[in-house]
Design a protein around this ligand. Structure first.
Ligand code: NAD
Ligand code: UGA
Length: 461
């Protein structure tokens, strides 16, 4: 069997690498319109950082896993094609700021329709609105060449960045949605056969196409909702003297609730939670279900509130002014073990502090300095990019980042931050020295003994 995947990003890359590793009898070609991305996939420095990914790619690359910009040949030769392109929130037109922009999915479908000379199973791996498969089918069938048959499947991806390889190798479930026709069942079987190389059959769930599409949005909405729920309670904890970690533990030990995804934080980030919930909200509004839309909107509103609340706490603690103060930001990625900064809470924190006149010293072990500058000078973040560039310094080591600063802010829960030499850090900072732990990873009592003023999420000091 030959497989092609259109879109060599955070999903396409790791997914195809693991598939190639586990299916030596399948040849997989990952294509992308970005020649720069493909060149990186073919180099020693892969375009994304993901623990374990380098090893898998090195094992399979040019054996049964190929990275190419020759989209035409890959489509022509493939029996099965994954569409794994980005589906960002629309920035203009109908549904602006809410609906998913399907222009990349549509362009992939049009390419397939134009190039295909034989039957294809087309698999929607990108996260899409419910009934998107119908649009893909419409495009393919309207441009169908005689004798060519298309099957469309939905096969959403549930991997999380930072743990993608493990998530793919040990998926809780694989979800495949297909048409309820004999051809549809056959196509589902073929895709299922690929996953059965390493996923137990009982963990491969088959549903109708629309259930599969909606389940992906629902899973992300549920996960994000847990974070917003615990974050909402973190505000109550700070006002009452309760400790959100103790509350999360007590609540999570109820087996009906479970302990995962109850880590209060500065707010969730990442390319998908907000985008997918907005997508769900837009669908609900269009279905004339305003109460349902408002319910999910609150998950996003609570996240915005949390990011704002934490940023404000920094300013208030620093005597209500950060103007001309140096503040160290440790961690810029949206979570640990990734270099991805899409929708990271660090952007909101930095934006607020910059607007108040602070100078920032930023360190992240995996985010490229250019990425941080791009994020902080984006037109949606500032009207004065030159001013921001002057106020921001990127460091390649945490100790140089904190030197002579008034405060240190943890925005990402990188393990290395836990083991920093805080005595040394304290000595090098301005006094009084403040730590704002937006991830609740540090030993606050020890820090207080050293002399730091400590503020965190969901606990009053
Ligand atoms: P990404 O931006 O990292 O990668 C998408 C790639 O598709 C880009 O390299 C882009 O150049 C390429 N592309 C776009 N249109 C193309 C076309 N017509 N032809 C060839 N290449 C094209 O995006 P991602 O993070 O991998 O996400 C992809 C999809 O998977 C999204 O729908 C997302 O919601 C979903 N998803 C993402 C994650 C995640 O952790 N990032 C997890 C689960 C699902
Ligand atoms: C999330 C889901 O976990 C994946 O299942 C899904 O496939 C993916 O979105 C997607 O569709 O893109 P991801 O965003 O990569 O994965 O990472 P998560 O581990 O879910 O973290 C998201 C954000 O929530 C991060 O900013 C993280 O720090 C934050 N978070 C997570 C918390 O603040 N508290 C928690 O308890 C858990």
């Amino acid at each position: 069997m030959k497989v092609c995947c259109i879109g060599a990003g955070y999903v396409g890359g790791p997914t195809c690498a693991v598939m190639a590793l586990k299916c030596p009898d399948i040849v997989i070609t990952l294509v992308d319109k970005s020649s720069e991305r493909i060149a990186q996939w073919n180099s020693d420095k892969l375009p994304i950082y993901e623990p374990g990914l380098d090893e898998v790619v090195k094992k399979c690359r040019n054996v049964n896993l190929f990275f190419s910009t020759d989209i035409e040949t890959a489509i022509k030769e493939a029996d099965l094609i994954f569409i794994s392109v980005n589906t960002p929130t629309k920035t203009c037109g109908n549904g602006k700021g809410r609906a998913a922009d399907l222009k990349y999915v549509e362009s992939a479908a049009r390419m397939i329709a134009e190039i295909a000379q034989s039957n294809k199973i087309v698999v929607e791996k990108s996260t899409v609105p419910v009934r998107a498969a119908e649009s893909i089918m419409h495009i393919l069938r309207a441009n169908q060449k005689p004798g060519i048959h298309y099957d469309i499947l939905s096969n959403p991806e549930f991997l999380a960045e930072g743990t993608a390889i493990n998530d793919l190798l040990n998926a809780d479930r694989v979800l495949i949605g297909g048409e309820e026709t004999p051809e549809g069942h056959q196509a589902v079987e073929k895709l299922s056969w690929i996953y059965e190389h390493w996923i137990p059959k009982q963990n491969i769930l088959t549903t109708n196409t629309w259930s599969s599409e909606l389940s992906k949005l629902a899973a992300n909405a549920f996960l994000a909702q847990r974070i917003s729920s615990i974050n909402s309670l973190s505000a109550v904890c700070e006002a009452t003297g309760a400790d959100v970690s103790e509350v999360a533990r007590a609540v999570g030990l109820d087996s009906r609730i479970g302990s995962k995804f109850l880590q209060a934080s500065v707010g969730f980030g990442g390319s998908c939670f907000q985008k997918d919930i907005l997508n769900l909200i837009y669908i609900c509004e269009n279905l004339n279900l305003p109460e349902v839309a408002a319910y999910w909107q609150q998950v996003i509103d609570m996240n915005e509130y949390q990011k704002r609340r934490f940023s404000q706490k920094i300013i208030e603690s620093l005597f209500n002014t950060v103007s001309d103060k140096r503040i160290a930001i440790l961690g810029f990625a949206f979570k640990k073990n990734t270099g991805d900064t899409r929708e990271t809470a660090a952007i909101t924190v930095c934006q607020t502090l910059l607007e108040e006149g602070a100078a920032l010293d930023i360190y992240d072990p995996k985010v490229e300095p250019e990425q941080i500058i791009d994020d902080l000078t984006h037109p949606s973040v500032t009207e004065s990019p030159e001013k921001v560039k002057k106020a921001v310094q990127i460091h390649s080591d945490p100790y140089s980042a904190v030197r002579a600063t008034h405060a240190l802010v943890i925005c990402t829960e990188w393990d290395e931050f836990v083991d920093l030499d805080f005595e040394r850090i304290y000595k090098s900072m301005m006094k009084p020295a403040y730590i704002f732990d937006g991830r609740k990873i540090l030993d606050h009592e020890r820090l207080q003994q050293i002399g730091f003023h400590v503020q965190t999420i969901g606990k009053k000091y």
